[in-house]
Design a binder for this molecule. Structure first.
Ligand code: CNA
Length: 246
């Protein structure tokens, strides 16, 4: 890892337009379980029952309760040293944007200014009728799925469930960034969820170098990764930043 870290430092120094693509692994050290790991949320709450738009429409109150509880758990957690290192990379001028699959808002909380939330955010609610997006007032959250004040439609957490489209703006902007960048820092994602998993491959096809940080090898590692930093993002990223500053 030490050699790989030093290589990564050199590549980051030379890069002119670096972006990051992050997933649930980034927030595991904040106390939020990932979805597919051994203690992942899906082990307990099968996605077909709790994370598809059809499941939400079929039994909104049941699925609302799950997301509400997840949201409350998120509310007790905060960004970890990995998120702070990511913000530091931006401040140092080494990172232009973060494209995240996470819905926890931690990259923004840590100080990154350009964050694309590919899968939406638990910070907002969206109306399935008129598509209005409003901030979610967690303190006063209803125990059952709320209705839109404007049109009476069913509201849902503004996270992208299976069966829903990725927001067009996030899709377009991410594709643009992936095409333009010369380096992608891929952190804590299993490379299983599409279309998010296509971004690093797309960037690679357009000439970008791929640095990957994960506790385990993924589908990316052999296929597109140039430098693999095996370890926890909350340890590896701060180490990377301190070497960059040295
Ligand atoms: P995933 O499929 O759960 O994969 C997580 C990846 O992170 C795995 O490859 C792990 O090996 C790796 N990992 C675990 N711990 C660490 C660590 N400390 N450091 C580095 N890597 C680690 O998650 P993806 O993001 O790939 O899947 C996409 C889903 C999960 C998205 O829709 C997310 O919205 C969703 N999700 C988000 C959160 C969150 O917002 N914090 C939490 C759980 C799931």
């Amino acid at each position: 890892v030490t050699v790989a870290l030093q290589q990564a430092v050199e590549v980051i120094r030379k890069a002119e337009y670096a972006i990051a693509s992050t997933g649930a692994g980034m927030s595991v050290e904040s106390g939020i379980p990932d979805f597919r790991g051994p203690c992942g949320i899906w082990q307990k709450y099968p996605p077909e029952e709790y994370a598809t738009i059809d499941a939400y429409r079929a039994d909104p109150d049941k699925v609302w309760k799950f997301w509400n509880e997840l949201g409350n758990e998120l509310g007790d957690c905060k960004p970890n040293p990995g998120h702070h290192a990511m913000a530091e990379l931006e401040r140092l001028g080494h990172l232009k944007a973060v494209i995240t699959q996470n819905v926890d808002h931690f990259h923004q909380d840590a100080g990154n200014s350009m964050v694309i939330e590919y899968h939406g955010s638990t910070a907002n609610l969206r109306c399935l009728g008129c598509q209005a997006i409003i901030p979610f007032d967690r303190e006063n959250a209803a125990p059952t799925a709320p209705q839109c004040q404007a049109c009476g439609g069913l509201m849902k957490p503004d996270v992208i469930m299976f069966g829903e489209m990725i927001p067009e703006e996030a899709l377009g902007l991410s594709a643009e960034l992936a095409e333009r960048c010369d380096l992608v820092l891929v952190v804590g994602t299993s490379a299983h969820v599409f279309p998010a998993a296509q971004l690093p491959t797309f960037a690679k096809e357009h000439g970008a170098t791929i640095i990957e940080c994960n506790t385990e090898p993924t589908d990316f590692t052999k296929r597109i990764t140039d430098i693999f930093l095996q370890g926890r993002s909350g340890e590896v990223l701060p180490e990377l930043v301190s070497r960059l500053k040295a």
